[in-house]
Design a protein around this ligand. Structure first.
Ligand code: DGP
Length: 114
């Protein structure tokens, strides 16, 4: 169920502009507005799920599909080495409460992240 106050629901529905790099039945991938690397893509499920903690067993196939989309968008940008990150909760840096997978690459990435 879409959340009418959620910007990522609006982007998925095409009601808000974004640089879309991939879309299919279950996911939309967009370039991050404030990129932290030469490639910084966000993979969004069309389904509104606020955080990683809100996923249920019913979402298992969706989560697998999201990983396929991650691989697709990384390959489209020519990446073999990249990082996939999910911030879960404000304390971990989550600012948009519609789950999204950050795909970062195109530069050396240090570990651990800050
Ligand atoms: P997080 O902090 O993990 O919730 O990541 C949210 C990311 O979303 C952050 O890197 C900036 C990006 N972002 C926020 N609003 C928009 C938007 O309207 N369009 C796009 N393309 N990215 C956005």
């Amino acid at each position: 169920m879409a959340d009418s106050s959620c910007i990522f629901c609006k982007i998925c529905a095409g009601e808000m502009e974004a640089d879309r790099v991939h879309e299919d039945e279950h996911t939309v991938a967009i370039r991050d507005l404030n990129p932290g690397a030469p490639t910084h893509i966000l993979v969004l499920p069309r389904k509104h799920v606020a955080t990683l903690n809100d996923l249920t067993e019913d979402d298992d196939a969706l989560v697998a599909h999201i990983h396929r989309t991650v691989r697709t968008v990384a390959a489209k940008d020519g990446l073999t080495d990249y990082r996939v990150a999910i911030n879960c909760g404000a304390g971990a840096g989550q600012s948009v409460f519609h789950i999204h997978f950050h795909v970062l690459g195109g530069r050396a990435l240090s570990w651990p992240p800050g």
